[in-house]
Design a protein around this ligand. Structure first.
Ligand code: MN
Length: 329
């Protein structure tokens, strides 16, 4: 490891060691990694420093992760002013869930997103890591002579590692990431129970998915797409989030590398969720009032005609990709 990096980790360790109170926050609209890393670090620090005042401060939650427990009592404003704030899994300061990090005495950023808008008095960013939870395990390994990680903490960190790596399938799943996951299993994590919480479906949901699957259409070159009308969304009592998640239903179709879900909004506009394997769909999203990552993007179209144009552009893009590349499945 680079010497500066080791020094930075040590500075973070000693800053945490000397600070009281400590407030931990994460990004808004939390996922498994945001919740897992904050709970994991919170539990490590509570176990290690039982006399310190340590809090979580967030303004939102996530229903499907409720099995991991609640956030406890939030700090008052005066506490926030005296506190060291630690922001986890959050690339930019405007995505921080706590509204009060601005009051903090000091801020530490620990994150694995690309660092294009740095913040914090100390900032540890490792964008090659599969999750922020992996970073917390790494920090624990550095300081395990002092830091205590029990099974509960390890379980929270495991949830983040599993969910942020797509069950250890995404490209960032390095040998080192798997070694960190192994460290957590050695702490006694009940992974079967975690998988049951994360991935079991209600029978009704499974049946609803089957009927949605039947509505998937396919273009000539293999773009799979699904249109969810407002009526359909209301009839099925789907939230916006559930409707956009239908893009997941298309991801396992062989030879289909581009997937589009069109969800009608209440105002008549149509939200588009674009996902792909190998093929870069971000430029396409940009052309249709959107943007995002290379293989995961969002857009908006304002008419049925515009929706059809996007589908046909996606089809042309995928056709071109298939003509010029081998080895895709
Ligand atoms: Mn993350």
């Amino acid at each position: 490891m680079h010497k500066d990096e080791k020094t930075l980790k040590k500075r973070i360790f000693s800053e945490i060691r000397k600070s009281d109170p400590i407030v931990i926050t994460r990004h808004r609209r939390p996922d498994g990694d945001a919740i897992g890393s904050t709970y994991g670090l919170y539990r490590i620090l509570k176990a290690t420093y039982p006399d310190k005042r340590i809090y979580l401060d967030n303004t939102d939650a996530s229903d499907y992760l409720a099995f991991m427990g609640g956030e406890g009592e939030r700090p008052d404003e005066e506490t926030c002013r005296q506190a060291l704030f630690i922001a986890l899994d959050t690339g930019t300061v405007d995505r921080v869930s706590s509204a009060r990090m601005g009051l903090a005495k000091k801020v530490i950023k620990i994150d694995h997103h690309i660092d294009d808008s740095p913040y914090g008095d100390l900032s540890l960013v490792e964008d090659w890591r599969s999750s922020c939870c992996e970073m917390i395990v790494d920090l624990w390994e550095h300081f395990k002579e002092e830091w205590i990680m029990d099974t509960d903490a390890a379980s929270c960190l495991y949830v983040g590692m599993v969910t942020d790596s797509g069950r250890f399938r995404y490209p960032e799943t390095s040998p080192e990431a798997l070694r960190k996951a192994a460290v957590l299993l050695e702490k006694g994590v009940d992974k079967d129970r975690i998988y049951a919480h994360l991935y079991m479906e209600d029978f009704a949901t499974l049946r609803a998915d089957a009927s949605l699957t039947a509505k998937i259409r396919m273009t000539e070159n293999g773009v799979a797409y699904l249109h969810i009308s407002r009526a359909m969304r209301l009839r099925r009592k789907m939230t916006q989030e559930q409707a956009s998640n239908t893009v997941e239903l298309m991801k396992k179709i062989r030879n289909s590398l581009v997937w589009l879900a069109f969800i009608e909004n209440d105002d008549g506009s149509i939200r588009v969720r674009l996902r792909s394997r190998f093929v870069e769909i971000q430029p396409l999203a940009t052309r249709y009032h959107g943007g995002g990552h290379a293989c995961a993007a969002g857009a908006t179209v304002y008419s049925k005609e515009e929706e059809e144009a996007l589908i046909s552009d996606a089809d042309a893009l995928l056709g071109e990709y298939k003509r010029t590349h081998d080895g895709w499945l």
